[in-house]
Design a protein around this ligand. Sequence first.
Ligand SMILES: [Zn+2]
Length: 131
Amino acid sequence: MFFQKFQRFMLGRYGTDTLSFFLLGLGLVLTFCGSLFFWPLTLLADAVYIYSIFRMFSRNIPARQREYYAFLKVWNPALKWLRFQKRKFLDRKYYRYFRCPNCKQDLRAPRGKGKIEVTCQKCHNVFTTKT
Ligand SMILES: [Zn+2]
């Protein structure tokens, strides 16, 4: 009964997306930091919560989608960078990561091979490096 009423209430409203969850997470972090270090941060956290709830119940879907795409332009590269750092950390025993001096492509080679000659897969630049 309540669930059906809520479903009817949410009809035509934006709902949640990654930005909503990011804002809720940011609000939690701000609340935590505010209660430990500097209380005005909790006011900022409240503003973030209110904005997140406003987005969920908003009927202006095109505007919410524009916000979401603007967020993704920053979020996706950040997520990609974080996953690459994780990969580098997990591989640290077996691979050494380095950049092509010509095109800045990220490359890797097995560790412990000494001085090696590398051909970049992207620009075919040949250079030597230590692994
Ligand atoms: Zn290259």
